[in-house]
Design a protein around this ligand. Sequence first.
Ligand SMILES: O=C(O)CCC(=O)C(=O)O
Length: 291
Amino acid sequence: MLTEEQVAFYNEHGWLRIPQIFTGEEFRELDADTESLIQAWTQEVMGWTGPWRKVYMDADTEARSKLVVLFEFQLFSAAWTRAVAKPALAEAISQLLDTPNVELQQSTLHAKPPSTGQPFPVHQDYPFYPHTNDRFVDVLVHLDNTSDVNGEIRFLDGSHKLGPLQHVTSNPDGTPCTPHLPTDEWKLEDTVAVPAKAGDVVVMNINTIHGSYLNRSDAIRRMVRLGYRDPTNHQLSGQNMDRTGMMVLGRRPKEDGDSMFRALYPEQYRKAKADKEKTEDIKNEVDVVAG
Ligand SMILES: O=C(O)CCC(=O)C(=O)O
């Protein structure tokens, strides 16, 4: 359980480090599974795109900069299934979201390869998976110790209070790029460094502005982001839209007009509803024409 001071710190600053949530054999299993999943399923990719790359990196670094990504860890490893539903973690999230019900929305590995691991431009997570309100917490599970050398997470303190901000979403030539905040207005230098130990988690509000520097060390820096929400906080678009998440605490409340079909298969539900409305529109038109 978090203390009142920890919850108040999160509400004030928009982030919180919770030490040693994963320890001992549990941590060793996560560490080993992550390593084996990276070997089996991932490849190094160029990573996030956009004009920020030329501001954050010189030409040579930019050309070499890489990222390793894997989504939905709990679908690849039983140790991760247990980890995402760990009761102590779920209880802590429930306190931060101020809800008895907690739903997992996604999980994403961001691993920065040695020497070239991509920096992250300052951004909010909101544009990647917008929701109707900010009862959404991102949990960064640290698999390695982090510091200035390997690119620890950094926050613009208290920035969650600004609410969702307009992000840059296209390159100068009009092609789409990864959402990030304009580099002339929002600077990584203004952020607070939050170094952490392997096994710690660092949590943040969906609207907290954050980023990180390049990994300059000779070892990989691995972090798994777990997104949790109050199940009545509905997603509007983006990553994992229309995927029903696993409940890790409490129960899914039934809302007005809800049904089991809608809760289990939101995409099919929306399509079926749109088809029905279309059919009804056609029928209405026919009725009008037929007089
Ligand atoms: O892995 C990092 O350093 C930053 C991750 C991040 O920006 C995110 O998960 O949204």
